[in-house]
Each structure stands twice: as structure tokens, then as C-alpha cells.
Design a protein around this ligand. Structure first.
Ligand SMILES: [Zn+2]
Length: 289
């Protein structure tokens, strides 16, 4: 079943758990994530990033995502991850993404506000939710280079940002970065608590890969409603292939697939351990056909 993300993230915010956002870039990665979600009987957000268009375009990604999402036994959100401008996001919405992200976080604050507002207006008219980002989540390879307070999202700006843009969820910077790190990142939990108190919409954590299970479980319990994982799937699949050394392409695909499902299961456990008996109230009345 295809759904948008609103009730799902609201439930996670209240329930003290996080919904996994797993990136896909191929049919196999998409199927692996859906298999995991079905195995645990929980909804999942499947994201295809604009930056991975060289592997799978947004047009291909949304068709495949909807094809498998519609047939899944659990609610599935097909999400456009890190859309950079209105034109791309608009095309994504028109093509059938059930949720989108506009990422203008590298721009000046006022440009970010204006661009996000523009996307929100377009998306809301079509019943689609919008994730925005404030405070840039950088790259793991340069992590630590700017390890001062400016890397963390400011609470007052985040509050204003949500009010001015109407964004439905907000990606914040609390110490993670995209890609792999050389060490384990320092998460600013105090800032997370302040953001959770001050900002009225669900919070999103990007750069979940190699951030440490303890950090991620705690972030999920203490105010993050959605956690994005990409790099760890690539790393796990490739490590498994190197270790098993499959002798045929079929075996290679199977080894990679199994490694991705094992990792997905692991992250469901880490992010939703606190969910326990949270009622599955989402989904009804929000299906997107
Ligand atoms: Zn991201």
C-alpha cells in the first residue's frame, strides 16, 4: 500500500521511535528494503536521491517504487530525497512520489525559506508532504573540520523556518554527516531536545550511516522521527561480496541482497525498539493510488 508520510511521522514523533528511510538505487535494493519491512510488518520510507540519477533517474525510481510499494503488504512511502529545486520536485510530484524533500540548505536562510515555501505550496495543493532542511548536514569525509556550534541547527531559526514555510518535517543538523566517517560522530542530544521542544513538526536525521547504533537508538527515542540510511547498505553488500567471493553473478547478486536485508532488519530493530506496542493507526484514509 502506498501512503504519504504525515501520519506515519506524527505517530513516530509521539511514540518515541523513528521510521527508517532507506535509499534505493536499483531494483534489488528496493526489493530488499520492502522484503525487510514486510518481514517486520512495519511501514517504511523508500527514498531515491536526485544525486543518484546517474544510476536510476527519478522517473524510473518512482515507477519502480510505486510498482512494488502498491503490492507490498505494509504501508510504503515513495520519497524524493534531496530535491534541489522546484522544477525537479514538481516533476517528481507530478510523476507520483508520495512525499518529497526540498533541500536548499546550502543556500542562504532567506533563499532556503523562499524555495521551500514555493515547493510546499505546490505539494500541498496536491496532498503531498514536504521535508525541508535547515543547518547543512555535511559530508563524512570532512567531518570534524567545522566542529563548532555553527554546525548545529539553531532552534529559533528552525522554529521560524517551519512557521514561514509550512514544511511538514524538518531535517536538522545535530552532528551527523553524509557518507562514512573515520570515527563515531558526536551527537548533540541537548540540541535535539531543544529542537524537539521548539519545532512543531517531526524531525529528520540524515547521515545515519555509521553513526553508531547507540547514537541512533537514542536519537529515535529522544525526538527524531525519521532516520536516513544509504551508505551502510552499499558498504554491507560490498563487504559481504568480498568476504564470500561468489563464483557467479547470480550468487553475487544474492549475497549482496542478503547483506542488505540483514542490515535493514538490524536498523528496524535499532530505530523502533522503543515503538513496542505503538498502535498502527496510520495509513487509513491516506492511501495514494
Ligand atoms: Zn541526506
Amino acid at each position: 500500500m502506498l501512503i504519504s508520510s504525515q501520519e506515519l511521522l506524527a505517530d513516530a514523533r509521539e511514540g518515541g521511535y523513528a521510521v527508517p528511510h532507506f535509499n534505493y538505487w536499483s531494483r534489488a535494493s528496493l526489493q530488499a528494503h520492502i522484503r525487510v519491512a514486510e518481514a517486520v510488518g512495519r511501514p517504511v520510507i523508500l527514498g531515491i536521491a536526485e544525486a543518484h540519477s546517474h544510476k536510476m533517474t527519478l522517473e524510473e525510481g518512482v515507477v519502480l517504487g510505486r510498482y512494488y510499494g502498491e503490492r507490498a503488504s505494509v504501508p510504503v512511502v515513495v520519497h524524493l530525497d534531496h530535491g534541489r529545486n522546484l522544477e525537479n520536485v514538481r516533476r517528481g510530484i507530478d510523476n507520483g512520489f508520495t512525499s518529497v524533500m526540498i533541500d536548499a540548505s546550502e543556500e542562504d536562510y532567506e533563499v532556503n525559506v523562499a524555495r521551500t515555501r514555493e515547493v510546499v505550496d505546490y505539494a500541498h495543493a496536491k496532498g503531498i508532504q514536504v521535508e525541508a532542511e535547515i543547518g547543512h548536514v555535511g559530508d563524512g569525509s570532512t567531518y570534524g573540520a567545522a566542529n563548532d556550534d555553527t554546525i548545529y541547527t539553531a532552534v529559533d531559526l528552525a522554529e521560524q523556518f517551519v512557521e514561514r514555510t509550512g514544511a511538514d518535517s524538518l531535517a536538522v543538523s545535530i552532528g551527523t554527516a553524509h557518507g562514512a566517517y573515520s570515527g563515531t560522530p558526536q551527537i548533540n542530544f541537548e540540541r535535539l531536545h531543544e529542537l524537539r521542544e521548539g519545532v512543531g513538526v517531526p524531525l529528520v536525521l540524515h547521515g545515519g550511516s555509521s553513526s553508531g547504533d547507540e547514537n541512533l537508538a537514542r536519537a529515535a527515542r529522544e525526538g527524531i522521527a525519521k532516520i536516513n540510511i544509504f551508505t551502510d547498505f552499499m558498504t554491507a553488500a560490498f563487504a559481504a561480496v568480498k568476504s564470500v567471493q561468489p563464483s557467479t553473478w547470480w550468487d553475487l547478486e544474492a549475497v549482496g541482497f542478503d547483506a542488505m536485508t540483514a542490515l535493514g532488519l538490524h536498523y528496524f530493530e535499532v530505530f523502533q525498539h522503543a515503538a513496542g506496542t505503538v498502535a498502527q493507526t496510520y495509513g487509513e484514509g491516506t492511501t495514494h493510488e
